[in-house]
Design a protein around this ligand. Structure first.
Ligand code: DP6
Length: 333
């Protein structure tokens, strides 16, 4: 029905990281990033217009959102309302299957699903590029979850005409996926919420870390190497570049003042296990986001073995195997 839409989106894991904004309000990053959308942990969001209501109702897994998370959703809806020229408030119901706030990119699937559902409910009529730009305003990484498989999010040029918003969106990267046969083994070593939000951590890193600018420059070179490695379906090259890019990102945070350290003892234990796997001839490479969890890139054919070794290393916690997932989509009413 008009004014009522439901969408599903999946999280993505960056192989070339987004870390640092050049414009916080518009969520414009300093660097390009590249990710794989997963086939696990979908978020489903329904948006229903409620013209009689005085304010939005926002629930996550049936529980009303409060504070900063609610404020972010309402600000996002305000943006959609302004564009649609429709002031109606909405009822937003989200179901998450990923541990929220654990550095597992729940904001990526969350805002991609919200952007798809809200833009349909308010009748914005966006194409995929427009949807990616809109999702970006909710959370930068959400711009990439609009697409399935592999996606690149363009930072955009600081001087992109009169409207800097236009140049910053994600688009699919063609990859010979069957040949690459990638899997990500997700080691959840700690599902609790993070101590410092990625938003605050990014801000602090850009403002105070002497390593930020060098990393941003090297990340541009990493991206070129990554695109080439993906094109060749060279999993070891993809993994090597992803791992060095992620470790470099964490180095920028460790050098911030005060330092931001997401990596825990359990993280390092998994990193040791990954090194051990490589020594035994298994292609396995690690990447970490704004939390202690580790995502291990490997061949699908070896994912069970990798998951077994990782499970042994984490003991408490959970291990999941993910492959390349689908684009965000609307569900039939
Ligand atoms: C480490 O997209 O959550 O996962 O734009 O402030 O909402 P905001 O940040 P967010 O940051 C994700 C950072 C990362 C790397 C990545 O996904 O590229």
């Amino acid at each position: 029905a008009a004014g009522d839409a439901t969408a599903v989106a999946h999280p993505n894991i960056a192989l070339i990281k987004y870390w640092g904004k050049r414009d916080e309000r518009l969520v414009l990053p300093w660097t390009d990033s590249l990710s794989m959308t997963l086939d696990v942990f979908p978020t489903t969001t329904r948006v229903r217009l409620d013209p009689a209501a005085g304010q939005d109702t926002v629930t996550l897994d049936g529980v009303p959102l409060e504070g900063e998370p609610r404020r972010r959703v309402v600000a996002f809806l305000d943006l959609v309302r302004e564009r649609a020229g429709r002031p109606a408030r909405a009822v937003v119901e989200t179901g998450n299957t990923v541990p929220t706030g654990a550095g597992l990119a729940s904001s990526a699937s969350g805002f991609a699903a919200l952007a798809a559902a809200a833009s349909a409910a308010y009748g914005l009529g966006l194409d995929a590029t427009g949807l990616s730009r809109l999702a970006r305003r909710g959370s930068g990484s959400a711009s990439r979850s609009v697409f399935g498989g592999f996606a690149i999010w363009h930072a955009g040029q600081p001087d992109h005409g009169a409207d800097p918003d236009l140049g910053s969106y994600a688009e699919p990267v063609p990859v010979p996926v069957d040949e690459l046969d990638p899997a990500l083994v997700v080691a959840v070593v700690d599902a609790g919420p993070k101590a410092v939000s990625s938003r605050e951590a990014m801000r602090r890193t850009v403002d105070t870390s002497p390593l930020y600018r060098p990393w941003a420059a090297s990340s541009q070179a990493d991206l070129a190497d990554m695109r080439e490695a993906l094109r060749r379906a060279d999993l070891d090259a993809v993994g090597e570049v992803a791992e060095r890019n992620a470790l470099g990102m964490h180095a920028t945070m460790l050098a911030a003042r005060p330092a931001v350290r997401y990596l825990s003892a359990a993280t390092v234990t998994v990193l040791d296990a990954v090194l051990e796997l490589r020594r035994s001839g298994v292609s396995a490479w690690a990447t970490m986001d704004a939390g202690p969890n580790v995502k291990v890139l490997c061949r699908r054919a070896e994912a069970d073995r990798v998951a077994g070794v990782v499970r042994e290393a984490v003991r408490s916690g959970s291990v999941h195997i993910a492959g390349p997932g689908p684009a965000a989509r609307l569900l039939d009413a």
